[in-house]
Write a protein that binds this ligand. Structure first.
Ligand code: ADP
Ligand code: ASP
Ligand code: MG
Length: 410
C-alpha cells in the first residue's frame, strides 16, 4: 500500500463534469489499495476572475486583503471534489490551508511554506478518508491567510508529499507531460520522458508554467519524484528526478518564454559608487524580485541602467524608482511592459560553445530585435518585443532541432 499525492490543476476541475472525472480517477487509486491525498486548484479561470475583481478597485491592493479574496477559489473546488467523492461512495474530507495547517511566512501573494503539520491529515487518512487539500494557500503566524503566488498549488502538492513522506507526487494537468517547449505554441514540441530537477528548475524559472518553480525546489531538496501527466488520459507523462537517473543530456533541451515581466530603464544615472545599492534597496525592501539587470558603459560620468521585474510589481516598482531617480539626480525613468523573455535551456550547454551565437543568429534571421541578454551555465535568455514571442519560440525550437518529427534529409 502506497501513499499517493495527486494534484489537479484548474483546467482538470474546470466544470462539474471534470470534477466527477477527477473523483473517479482518485477513487480508482484508492480502490487499488492506496492512501490518497488530493491537492486541488481553483476551477479554471476562477483565480483570474478574483484577481480581476480586486484590480477593478485598485492596482495596488492591501496584500493581506488580496490574499483573503484570491484564496477563496480553492475553497469551492475542494468542497465540490469531496462531495463528488462522497457521491461515488468514498469517504472524503476537505481541508483549507489553515485546517492542515500549512504554515507560511507573511509575504502575502508570494508566501513561502515554512512547515506543514501532518497530524490532522494523517488521522483522516488512517480513518479511511481521502484527504482533499486546498492548494495555493497557507496561514501565517498571525493567523492570516496567505497565498503562494500564481501556480502555487504545484508547490502545495510537492511540499505536502515531502511532509507526509508520500511515495509519489502526481501532477495532473491539461498536457501529457513536460515538453521541449509549450505544446500549445509549438505543435511539434516533443514530450520528455524524464527531466532532471536542475533543468526543470531552469525551465520553470524561465516561464514553463507547467510546474511552479518552488515546487521543483522542494522536490529537489526533499528528493520528491514528480510525475507530470494528463488528467484526460492514462498515458505515462514526464518524471522529474535527479540527474543520476538521466542517461543522455542534450545540448539544448528546451525553449521557454515568459510574458510576465516588465522592463524599467533609468536614463542618465550618475556613475558613482553606491548608486546601484541605492536604486535596488527600496525594491528589495518591498519584496520585489529583480530578474535581469544591465548597466551600460559610462559616458561622461553617466550611465543607463535597465532591469526587469514581474509585471504584477511593475506599477509599484515605477513609483519607487521615480522617487529614487529624483534623489540620485537621474534624468528620467522609462517603463515597458510589452516585452517577453525567450530562453534556451540545457545542461549540455556547459560544454558546448557557440550556442548563444546560434540563438542570436536565429532571432536575427527573423528580424527580431534583442533588447536584453543574460546567460548562465545552462541557459541563454533574450528579452524581445512581446509580439514576436510565438515566432521566436518556434524558430528557436526548430533551429536547435528539438521537434518530435525527425528532420527530412535534403
Ligand atoms: P494547471 O492549471 O494544471 O496547473 P497550467 O496552465 O498551470 O496548468 O500549466 C500547464 C500549461 O503549461 C500547459 O497548458 C502549457 O500551455 C504550459 N506549458 C508551458 N511550457 C510547457 C512545457 N515545456 N511543457 C508542457 N507545458 C508547458
Ligand atoms: N489557483 C491558483 C492560480 O490560478 C493556484 C494554481 O492554479 O496553482 O494561480
Ligand atoms: Mg499551474
Amino acid at each position: 500500500m502506497a501513499l499517493v499525492v495527486q494534484k489537479y490543476g484548474g483546467t482538470s476541475v474546470g466544470s462539474i463534469e471534470k470534477i466527477m472525472n477527477v473523483a473517479r480517477r482518485v477513487g480508482k487509486t484508492k480502490d487499488a489499495g492506496n492512501d490518497v491525498i488530493v491537492v486541488v486548484s481553483a476551477m479554471a479561470g476562477e483565480t483570474d476572475r478574483l484577481v480581476g475583481l480586486v484590480n477593478s478597485i485598485t492596482d495596488l491592493p492591501n496584500e493581506r486583503e488580496y490574499d483573503q479574496v484570491v484564496a477563496s477559489g480553492e475553497q469551492v473546488s475542494i468542497g465540490l471534489l469531496a462531495i463528488a467523492l462522497e457521491s461515488l461512495g468514498y469517504r472524503a474530507k476537505s481541508f483549507l490551508g489553515f485546517q492542515v495547517p500549512i504554515y507560511t511566512d507573511s509575504a502575502h501573494a508570494r508566501a513561502r511554506i515554512r512547515q506543514i503539520e501532518t497530524e490532522n491529515v494523517m488521522r483522516a487518512i488512517n480513518e479511511g478518508y481521502i484527504a482533499v487539500i486546498a492548494g495555493f494557500q497557507g496561514i501565517d503566524e498571525f493567523g492570516d491567510i496567505t497565498t503562494l503566488g500564481r501556480g502555487g498549488s504545484d508547490t502545495s502538492a510537492v511540499a505536502i508529499a515531502a511532509a507526509m513522506k508520500a511515495d509519489v507526487c502526481e501532477i495532473y494537468t491539461d498536457v501529457d507531460g513536460v515538453y521541449t517547449t509549450d505544446p500549445n505554441i509549438c505543435p511539434n514540441a516533443r514530450k520528455l520522458e524524464k527531466i532532471s530537477y536542475d533543468e526543470m528548475l531552469e525551465m520553470a524559472s524561465l516561464g514553463a508554467k507547467v510546474l511552479q518553480i518552488r515546487s521543483v525546489e522542494f522536490a529537489k531538496k526533499y528528493g520528491v519524484r514528480i510525475h507530470v501527466r494528463s488528467s484526460m488520459n492514462e498515458k505515462e507523462g514526464t518524471i522529474v528526478t535527479g540527474e543520476d537517473e538521466i542517461m543522455e543530456t542534450a545540448v539544448v533541451s528546451g525553449v521557454t518564454y515568459n510574458k510576465n515581466e516588465a522592463k524599467i530603464t533609468i536614463v542618465k544615472v550618475p556613475d558613482r559608487p553606491g548608486i546601484a545599492a541605492k536604486i535596488f534597496k527600496p525594491i528589495a525592501d518591498a519584496g520585489i524580485n529583480v530578474d535581469m539587470i544591465v548597466q551600460n558603459v559610462s559616458l561622461e560620468g553617466f550611465t543607463d541602467l535597465t532591469f526587469t521585474v514581474p509585471k504584477t510589481d511593475y506599477k509599484k516598482t515605477m513609483l519607487l524608482i521615480e522617487k529614487v531617480a529624483q534623489e540620485i539626480g537621474a534624468e528620467r525613468v522609462q517603463g515597458d511592459d510589452k516585452i517577453a523573455k525567450v530562453s534556451i535551456v540545457g545542461v549540455g550547454m556547459r560544454s558546448h560553445p557557440g550556442v548563444a551565437a546560434k540563438m542570436f543568429r536565429t532571432l536575427a534571421s527573423e528580424n527580431i530585435n534583442i533588447l536584453m541578454i543574460s546567460t548562465s551555465e545552462i541557459k541563454v535568455s533574450c528579452v524581445i518585443e512581446e509580439k514576436y514571442t510565438e515566432l521566436a519560440v518556434r524558430v528557436l525550437h526548430d533551429a536547435f532541432e528539438l521537434g518530435g518529427e525527425p528532420k527530412e534529409e535534403v
